[in-house]
Structure formats: structure tokens, C-alpha cells
Ligand binder design. Structure first.
Ligand code: SAH
Length: 348
């Protein structure tokens, strides 16, 4: 048996590899090794989740951001970004439409926007919690204090998404301005877990400067954190950022990493991301077949969709929420899976 397959077997058996082994596996991966990996990944996926794909209704409620991440289209120095905020009523309307379509998880995602104060955020979470007691509320609002996270949890939020972006401090500095650090980002994740959130981390694949050694660190950090969710997608350049001319991440490596995550932590909630669907017309289907089990279609009002432009050519910006759900349903059925009406909690 060749080396990558042996390493895949070892990962499956022990749930761990050394840094050197991770690097060897990533650097020596082949199409054959990937097929071997995906079959194992699907076995675990079927064991815990069957062929059921969970959906999350994504509500991108503000594109104002105080941060200046070099990769992101809504960074504060992008003067060309057309800024918007949804009102509480608009957010609730998105939930109402989403509920009718079968969504039982709402994800509130946005830039780090000070207009949404702690009290305003708590009111929004509380209002959704009251109206939709059977739904999960996921927040993705960036870095906040432990106290803020705790109060939002008490207001009714169940889950929090905060990608660590890259576990390597030096690489982190290549992607972010000085005031942000990998250490702080990781601390937030430990806080979120301790408070009791179902916690999601993740990273971009193929972000500028990324090496196999850094990916090894990402995987080892995830192993240590043991999050409930991991969102990974290819880096995709945005024309109004310092990384405008950088190469995008590849479908091939993203899929391989999804497979590795599935066999390392078999119960993970793993989305086939919109970024993956953006660089490949069948990217999300391929993501599911590599071991992912979640999709996150957009519930934002159509008139703001184009404005939440983290990267170029983002898909589904012209569709109504209902169209997105139907389209994804069709896509999942084409590969023998089905979207389900379910909160889609982490399987205990
Ligand atoms: N402000 C929130 C939400 C960020 S947007 C937070 O800090 O968590 C969600 C994710 O989109 C980011 O975590 C990042 O990994 C991803 N993203 C941003 N710009 C991107 C780009 N150019 N290509 C691919 N993914 C990108």
C-alpha cells in the first residue's frame, strides 16, 4: 500500500497524525488516495447522519465591518463596498420566510459592526428565540468578549461560527492587520466552547502564502479544540482587496481536507460551502460526496445579497430564498442525498 493510504488508515484508526505525517499526507496526496479517503469519509457520514443533508438559512445582516482583513471584500478600507444593515424586522422576516421553506436553523452573520450593540443583538436573538422555539440560532459575528458571548447564549443563541482562518501566528499576520492575532481568535473559540455553544471553526484553503505545514497546524488545532462544526472553503480573490491578484484555492485540495476532517472527527457538522460552489458549478455536490453533511443557502433579502460580497462571483446572489432551497434540493437528490427539515444538531 502506498504511503498516503497508510496515513489515511492511521488517521481513521487513531484520529491523530504527527505534524510530519500530516505534511506528508497533504504533499503526497493523489487522485487514488482521495478516492480511498472519500469512501471512508462517506462511510462515517452515513453511519452518523445517513444521506441526510442539514440546511442552515444564512442571514447576512450587515456588511459594515471595523476590521480590515486583507482577503475580505467587506473590509473597512474597501470604499467601493455598498454598505447596508438589516433592521430587526427585516431579519425576522427572513426567519419567517425561512421557516416556511423548512429551515430550522438561522445563521446571523455579519461584519463586526458596532451599530449592533450588545443590547440590540440580544433583542434580536431573543425575538427569534421567542418566535421560533424549535429552531437553532447560530451567530457569526466575529470576535467579542467572553461576557458578550455568554449573554448572547443566555438570550437564546445555540451555536457560534468563528473560523480560526489559520492556526499559524505568522501566517495569520500575513492575512490580517497587526491588531488581530491568531491567539486572540483561538481564545474566543475556547471561550465559546466553554460557555456551551455548539462551536464552529474553520479556515480558507489556498489562502495566500499557505503551506502544507500550516494546514497541518490547522488540522492539529481542530483536533485539539474538538469543535462541533468546521467550515472550510477555497480562498477566492476579491477585486477590491490587497489580495485581488492572488490565486484562488483549489476544489481538489478543499475536497481532500473535507475528507480528512470527516475521518478525524467523524461526527463533525461539515458544510459544503458557498465558496466551493463558486469555483466549481458542482462544488457543493462534490463536497457532500467527500464527507460534508451541511449546506448553508442564503436567506438574505435579494436586494442586499450582492452587497455581502466577501469574494468575487459569489453564487446565488440573484435568487429568492425559495429558489435556493429548491435548487439545492435538486442538487442533493442528483447525488442520492436529501435536504431535511431538522435543526441538525451535533450528533451526541
Ligand atoms: N465577521 C465574521 C464573519 C466573517 S465572513 C467573522 O469574523 O467571523 C465568514 C468567512 O468568510 C470568514 O471567516 C472567512 O473565512 C470567509 N472569507 C472571507 N473572505 C473570503 C474570501 N476572499 N474567500 C473565501 N472566503 C472568504
Amino acid at each position: 500500500m502506498d504511503k498516503p493510504k497508510q496515513l489515511i488508515d492511521k488517521l481513521e484508526e487513531t484520529s491523530r497524525l504527527t505534524k510530519e505525517e500530516w505534511i506528508a499526507l497533504i504533499e503526497n496526496r493523489s487522485e487514488e488516495a482521495a478516492e480511498y479517503l472519500f469512501e471512508k469519509a462517506r462511510n462515517w457520514q452515513h453511519q452518523y447522519y445517513g444521506k441526510r443533508v442539514y440546511t442552515r438559512g444564512l442571514i447576512e445582516f450587515t456588511n459594515y465591518c471595523k476590521n480590515d482583513c486583507f482577503y475580505c471584500g467587506i473590509r473597512r478600507s474597501n470604499q467601493n463596498a455598498d454598505r447596508y444593515r438589516l433592521t430587526r424586522e427585516q431579519i425576522l422576516e427572513c426567519c419567517q420566510i425561512g421557516y416556511g421553506l423548512g429551515f430550522r436553523t438561522f445563521v446571523l452573520q455579519g461584519g463586526e459592526d458596532g451599530w449592533f450593540t450588545q443590547v440590540r443583538l440580544e433583542k434580536i436573538v431573543h425575538a427569534i428565540r421567542e418566535r421560533y422555539p424549535d429552531c437553532a440560532i447560530t451567530l457569526s459575528l466575529g470576535e467579542r468578549s467572553r461576557e458578550s458571548y455568554r449573554r448572547l447564549f443566555e438570550a437564546g443563541a445555540d451555536r457560534y461560527l468563528l473560523r480560526h482562518e489559520t492556526a499559524d501566528e505568522e501566517h495569520y499576520r500575513q492575512l490580517h492587520p497587526q491588531e488581530l492575532s491568531a491567539a486572540r481568535r483561538k481564545q474566543c473559540l475556547w471561550d465559546l466552547k466553554e460557555i456551551g455553544y455548539q462551536t464552529g471553526t474553520g479556515f480558507m484553503v489556498g489562502s495566500p502564502g499557505q503551506t502544507a505545514a500550516q494546514l497541518a497546524e490547522d488540522l492539529m488545532f481542530i483536533r485539539k479544540l474538538e469543535p462541533h462544526m468546521v467550515g472550510i472553503g477555497p480562498f477566492v480573490a476579491h477585486h477590491d482587496t490587497p489580495f485581488a491578484a492572488e490565486k484562488c484555492g483549489t476544489v481538489e485540495l478543499t475536497l481532500f481536507l473535507i475528507g480528512l476532517l470527516r475521518i478525524m472527527l467523524p461526527k463533525l457538522l461539515l458544510p459544503a460551502t458557498t465558496a466551493l460552489g463558486t469555483i466549481d458549478a458542482r462544488g457543493r455536490e462534490k463536497g457532500i460526496l467527500a464527507g460534508a453533511n451541511v449546506v448553508m443557502p442564503n436567506l438574505s433579502p435579494t436586494d442586499v445579497r450582492k452587497k455581502y460580497e466577501l469574494y468575487d462571483n459569489k453564487i446565488c446572489t440573484g435568487d429568492e430564498a425559495a429558489e435556493c432551497r429548491t435548487c439545492l434540493n435538486r442538487r442533493m437528490e442528483s447525488i442520492g442525498y436529501q435536504l431535511v427539515v431538522d435543526r441538525g444538531d451535533f450528533c451526541q
